[in-house]
Design a protein around this ligand. Structure first.
Ligand code: SF4
Length: 331
C-alpha cells in the first residue's frame, strides 16, 4: 500500500490530514504523481461520483476598483486593456443567468468589481436575484466584495444561495499582493456570510509567487472557516497588472495544489477556476479527477475556452455534467 493510499484510507474514515501531510502532497515526487492523483480521485468519487458541476460568471460591474490587488486587471493600479463599465441593469443580469442555464451551468455567479457594495448595488442585485430564482432552476452566487451583516441579510432575503469572497493567498503572503485591505478583512466577510445563513464560497489563486507552505495555510484556513465551495484559480498574468511578469507555474505543481486541497477539504466542492486553460493546458482533464466543478465560458476579463470543449472534456473522461435540479447535497 502506498503512503498516498494509506492517507486516503484515513481521510475516507473521517480522519483529518495534518499540515505535514499536506506539505508532503505538495512535495510529492513527479514519479509518484499518478498514484497521488488516483487517491485524490477516490475522495472525489466518494462525495461527488463522476458528476461535474458547471458554473458561469457574469461580470456585472467592471473596472474602476479603488483596491490594488496585484493579480487583478480591474484594480486602480492596473493598466490592462479591459472593458470598464458601471453596474449593469437588472435585465442584463437576468440575461446573464439565462446564458448560464443555456451553457449547462447550475450556478450563476454575479460578480462586481469594487471594495464592497453600496446600497444601489445591493438593491439592483437583490431585484435581479429574485427574478432569476423565479425564472430559472439555477443557484445564485453573489460576489460583491467586503460585506456588512445588514447587506448579507438583504442578499439572503432575496434568495442568494452563495457568496464568494476568496482568501486568495495566505495571511503571510497577502501584503505582497494587496495593500488596501488585509487578510483579516477577507476572513471577516466569509464569517459575515456564514452568519447570515448564506453558503460561503472562498478560494485562492495559485502562482502568485507563494510557497507551498502558503498554499497549505490557505487550505487549512478554508477548512477552519468551513467554506462549502472552493474555487482554485491559477494566475493569469495579464499585461498591465503588477503580476504581469510572473512566470507560469508547472502544471504538475498546480495539480498537486488541487489534490492537496481535496485531501484537506475532502467533502467540499472544489472548482477549477480562472486561468486553468493557461496554466494547466493539456493537463486540465486530470484536474477533474480531483475537482468536481468548472467555470464554463469566459472569466471576468479574460476569455475561457469554448464551452463545447468543456462539455467534450467531461464526456471524454466518462463523467457527466450535473443537470439542474439534481441537487447533489451542498456539502
Ligand atoms: S480583486 Fe476585487 S477588490 Fe481586488 S482590485 Fe479586483 S475588483 Fe478590486
Amino acid at each position: 500500500m502506498s503512503r498516498w493510499e494509506e492517507m486516503a484510507d484515513r481521510v475516507l474514515a473521517g480522519e483529518a490530514v495534518t499540515r505535514e501531510e499536506a506539505l508532503a502532497i505538495m512535495a510529492c515526487p513527479d514519479a509518484e504523481f499518478l498514484e497521488l492523483l488516483s487517491q485524490g480521485y477516490r475522495l472525489r468519487r466518494r462525495y461527488y461520483g463522476n458528476w461535474v458541476r458547471f458554473q458561469h460568471l457574469v461580470n456585472i460591474q467592471s473596472g474602476y476598483c479603488p483596491e490594488d490587488c496585484g493579480y487583478c486587471s480591474q484594480s486602480r493600479v492596473s493598466m490592462a486593456d479591459i472593458a470598464r463599465y458601471p453596474l449593469v441593469d437588472v435585465e442584463t443580469m437576468v440575461e446573464g443567468a439565462r446564458r448560464a442555464h443555456a451553457l449547462g451551468a447550475t450556478t450563476v455567479c454575479l460578480v462586481a468589481s469594487g471594495r464592497g457594495p453600496n446600497p444601489r448595488e445591493i438593491a439592483r442585485v437583490t431585484e435581479a436575484v429574485a427574478t432569476i430564482k423565479q425564472e430559472l432552476p439555477v443557484r445564485v452566487c453573489a460576489c460583491l466584495g467586503l460585506l456588512r451583516p445588514d447587506q448579507a441579510a438583504a442578499l439572503k432575503a432575496a434568495g442568494v444561495d452563495r457568496y464568494n469572497h476568496n482568501l486568495n493567498t495566505s495571511e503571510a503572503h497577502t501584503p505582497a499582493i494587496v495593500t488596501t485591505h488585509g487578510y483579516q478583512d477577507r476572513v471577516r466577510t466569509v464569517e459575515v456570510v456564514k452568519a447570515a445563513g448564506i453558503s460561503p464560497c472562498s478560494g485562492l489563486i495559485v502562482g502568485m509567487g507563494e510557497s507551498d507552505a502558503d498554499l497549505v495555510d490557505v487550505a487549512f484556513a478554508l477548512r477552519a472557516l468551513e467554506v462549502e465551495s472552493i474555487p482554485i484559480n491559477f494566475l493569469h498574468p495579464v499585461p498591465g497588472t503588477p503580476l504581469a511578469d510572473r512566470p507560469l507555474t508547472p502544471p504538475l505543481r498546480d495539480l498537486k495544489a488541487v489534490i492537496m486541497m481535496r485531501f484537506v477539504n475532502p467533502t467540499r466542492e472544489i472548482r477549477l477556476a480562472g486561468g486553468r486553460e493557461l496554466q494547466l493546458r493539456s493537463l486540465q482533464a486530470l484536474g477533474l479527477y480531483v475537482a468536481n466543478s468548472l467555470f464554463v465560458a469566459d472569466y471576468l476579463t479574460t476569455p475561457g475556452q469554448d464551452p463545447g470543449l468543456d462539455h467534450q472534456m467531461v464526456r471524454d473522461l466518462g463523467f457527466e455534467v450535473e443537470p439542474p435540479g439534481l441537487e447533489l447535497p451542498l456539502p
